[in-house]
Ligand binder design. Structure first.
Ligand code: PGA
Ligand code: ZN
Length: 427
């Protein structure tokens, strides 16, 4: 006999930045009990589903989530009691209808996603299955290549670097565990290199270093230096992925490179900069190279470099089929960054991924800059089989928790684990 949902309760907890977020507990009538915690972004896209915050200045400076907690306990829970947790699509749709707004503004995407994830975990546990098998079936055997954000700037760090994320991607590693080792070793060598150059080795929100470099270019230069010094070949063993998060420095019709004091650039000049960088550095992927409303720019960037470079839309698509459909129509990108809390349910996230697959696009499952110890996304990545995950640097436990979970999954899968780079190795 499958269990049915007998209790749902939410709790206000803290994320990795010390801001409130929501954890949801789901209990089944046969005693199965699971919980899931919701992450939170800083450089959010303007079309993301609404993260409900209380706005009470006396409670966590307005950032409390007690309303979302109450929405779970008082509005969502009574409707789901008695339901079979394996009816994920039905439960998600019921919550969407209960919310009744196009962007989950009434109940909060944080409230809804917490329930959506906890319900999936309960169903998996009840079925005696791992979460990745439950969500992805028996074919869920592909481990991802990690995009490891080892150098931070933009809104994630108080430094002189405009671009938010400089990531290493161990595309030439033979397995996930080796990829993680390649990335972690490079991270430690980078720390020594930065210290030798008298730069700070304090870390930003996602665990990457946040030095006051002389230019944005120097970020790529020092990463290439670290890859080599760690004994790897840039391009062949380890490539670079960027997330400039350009919406965060787009103001008054131009890209303001204020933090590095590099003046302003228009869309075409930004594309030229990336073309130049792709020639100089082993860059295989660029996410949000342009701002979320620069659809024309994205299409031009795709034409200019989409045949060789993964062009990922994050703020542009906000994990929403409505925007991904437009992107496919207009040729705006060739890959989508997938963040569960941008859209707010597992079912809708899976729909977005299905749309990517159909279009022959890539997809990268991603954390948020504000995270928790929840490892749902690691299982979700294996379940979806896209071969790429973005979940931070080689330090900070909320990031490492995801990597450690992937190591466990690799061990569980043993000989059936698949690891294949989505990119051809370059040298
Ligand atoms: P965020 O950053 O979680 O602060 O939005 C991550 C990203 O831009 O990819
Ligand atoms: Zn991004």
């Amino acid at each position: 006999m499958n269990g049915t949902i007998s209790k749902i309760e939410a709790l206000e907890i803290l994320d990795s930045r010390g801001n409130p977020t929501i954890r949801v507990f789901v209990t089944l009538d046969n005693g199965v009990r699971t919980s899931a915690s919701v992450p939170s972004g800083a450089s959010t896209g303007e079309n993301e589903a609404i993260e409900l915050r209380d706005g009470d200045p006396k409670h966590y400076g307005g950032k409390g989530v007690l309303k979302a907690v109450s929405n779970v306990n008082k509005i969502i829970a009574p409707k789901l009691l008695g339901m079979d947790p394996s009816q994920q699509a039905r439960i998600d749709r019921l919550m969407i209808e209960l919310d009744g707004t196009p962007n989950k503004a009434r109940l909060g995407a944080n409230a809804i996603l917490g329930v959506s994830m906890a319900v999936a975990k309960a169903a998996a546990r009840d079925a005696g299955m791992t979460l990745y098998n439950y969500l992805g079936g028996v074919g869920a055997t592909r481990l991802p290549v990690p995009m490891m954000n080892i150098l931070n700037g933009g809104k994630h760090a108080d430094n002189s670097v405009d671009f938010q994320e400089f990531m290493v991607m161990p595309v030439g590693a033979p397995s996930f565990s080796e990829a993680l080792r390649y990335g972690a070793e490079t991270f430690h060598v980078l720390k020594k290199l930065l210290a030798k150059k008298n730069y700070s080795t304090a870390v930003g929100d996602e665990g990457g270093f946040a030095p006051n470099l002389r230019s944005n270019d120097e970020a790529c230069e020092v990463i290439v230096e670290a890859i080599k010094a760690a004994g790897f070949q840039p391009g062949r063993d380890i490539a670079i992925a960027l997330d400039p998060a350009a919406s965060s420095f787009f103001e008054k019709d131009s890209y303001q490179l204020t933090k590095s004091k590099s003046g302003s650039k228009n869309s075409a000049e930004m594309i030229s900069l990336y073309q130049d960088w792709v020639k100089r550095f082993p860059i295989v992927s660029i996410e949000d190279g342009l701002a979320e409303n620069d659809w024309k720019g994205f299409a031009r960037m795709m034409q200019a470099m989409g045949d060789r470079t993964q062009i990922v839309g994050d703020d542009l698509f906000v994990t929403n089929t409505k925007f991904v459909a437009r992107g496919i129509e207009e040729g705006s990108a060739n890959s989508v960054l997938i963040k569960l809390n941008q859209i707010g349910t597992i079912s809708e996230t899976v729909d977005t991924i299905a749309m990517c697959r159909k279009a022959g696009w890539g997809y990268v499952i991603s954390h948020r800059s504000g995270e928790t110890e929840d490892t749902f996304m690691a299982d979700f990545t294996v379940a979806m089989g896209g071969g790429q995950i973005k979940t931070g640097s080689a330090c900070r436990s909320e990031r490492i928790a995801k990597y450690n979970r992937l190591l466990e999954i690799e061990m569980e899968l043993g000989g059936s684990a698949v690891f294949s780079s989505p990119f051809k190795a370059t040298s």
